[in-house]
Design a protein around this ligand. Structure first.
Ligand code: PMP
Length: 354
């Protein structure tokens, strides 16, 4: 730390992103990216947009906003595009949390929530997940705090029903409830249709996973127009050109190519079920994931050891060191071929442990 670093950040522990190794080619199953390239339409449009990079991007994202709004059946004033959904989450912490509106989220969830809370000086409560890693919705009912719930949750992949989210919304009328639907397209139920019923609902989604644009950095927030207006106040105070031209064009292409989107989601859901079955056959235990990852442990091998052994063999998965997670690993669901290599490698590796 330099002697110039503001004391308000001196205790800040930043978020640790998953490894993005540049040294060798791994089978990369560690950061929940898509194994498939962006839609050809998205790629073509991004290439075209590169020719206009001397110009600033449209701060209102007009074309993308119109297409996104039509896609979800909401008004243009009800959707805001951001630089990855991480930016939307940070905007939500800035806009809807303070001393009087502390945040509440599970103790095991997306690791960026506590970082955003601390960055913005927001007090927060971490509500423990159950023994089986489930969110107990009743613990959020009437909690009187700004709620952040990833649904499906990460890194467990477990989803709660929309009917339970409605109860959380109804019982916290004076607080915003943020539902982070980063992984919703792989099989869970979305809350987007509820934004006209609940003025305290903010849904956040990303184009990083199901629309194969993690490197483009594009996410979006959907909520009633007052909430979106507040987020715009933050956006125009931080970074009005938050979505660059190429990403905006890629986003338009990705929304237009519905068939490719469907294909990718179906393929991931299928590979998830097949891999889950294969892994169970060789002794893995796991949660019931509806996301593009499996959250697994094996009774015969520790989480860190498994992660290291696989890395030696050229396969990267995500290991977390925290006490409740250390026996587990999160494995992104990749292509059928990648998952076949994974199960074969694990089968071979486990022979050392019988
Ligand atoms: N929410 C959750 C639950 C996530 O796991 C992630 C991805 N790491 C994000 C949001 C952020 O994704 P992005 O910024 O790429 O949209």
């Amino acid at each position: 730390m330099s002697r110039f670093f503001s004391s308000k950040y001196s205790g800040l522990v930043p978020y640790t992103p998953g490894e993005q190794p540049q040294d060798q080619q791994y089978i990369k199953l560690n950061t929940n990216e898509s194994p498939f390239p962006p839609s050809p339409m998205a790629q073509r449009m991004a290439r075209q947009a590169a020719g206009d990079l001397q110009l600033y991007s449209d701060p209102e994202c007009r074309e993308l906003t119109a297409i996104g709004a039509a896609y979800f059946g909401v008004d243009r004033e009800e959707i805001l595009f951001t630089n990855g959904s991480d930016e939307g989450l940070n905007f939500a912490f800035m806009a809807f949390c303070d001393e009087k509106h502390p945040a509440a989220f599970p103790d095991i969830t997306y690791g960026f929530y506590p970082v955003f809370a601390r960055l913005n000086g927001v007090p927060y409560e971490e509500i423990p997940l159950g023994e089986d890693f489930t969110v107990n919705p009743s613990e959020y009912m009437g909690v009187g705090k700004t709620v952040f719930l990833a649904n499906p949750n990460a890194p467990t992949g477990i989803a709660i029903p929309v009917s339970e989210i409605e109860k959380i919304l109804i019982s916290n009328p004076d607080n915003v409830v943020v539902i982070d639907e980063a992984y919703v397209d792989f099989g869970a139920e979305s809350c987007v249709n509820l934004i006209h019923t609940y003025s305290n609902l903010l849904v956040i989604q990303t184009m990083s996973k199901s629309r194969n644009l993690a490197g483009g950095r594009l996410g979006f927030c959907i909520g009633c127009r007052e909430l979106i207006r507040d987020l715009n106040t933050i956006k125009y105070s931080v970074n009005p050109y938050n979505v660059n031209r190429m990403t905006m064009a890629a986003g338009i292409g990705a929304f237009a190519d519905r068939e490719y989107f469907r294909f990718c989601c179906e393929e991931i859901a299928e590979n998830r079920s097949r891999s889950a079955e294969e892994l169970k056959k060789i002794g893995f235990l796991m949660t019931d994931s509806l996301a593009n990852f499996l959250f697994v442990r094996h009774p015969k091998i520790g989480g860190r050891e498994l992660y290291l052994k696989l890395k030696e063999k050229g396969i990267l998965i995500r290991h977390f060191e925290t006490p409740r997670l250390k026996d587990y690993n999160r494995i992104t669901v990749g292509s059928a071929e990648q998952m076949k290599t994974l199960t074969e490698t694990l089968t071979e590796l486990l022979k050392e442990y019988t």
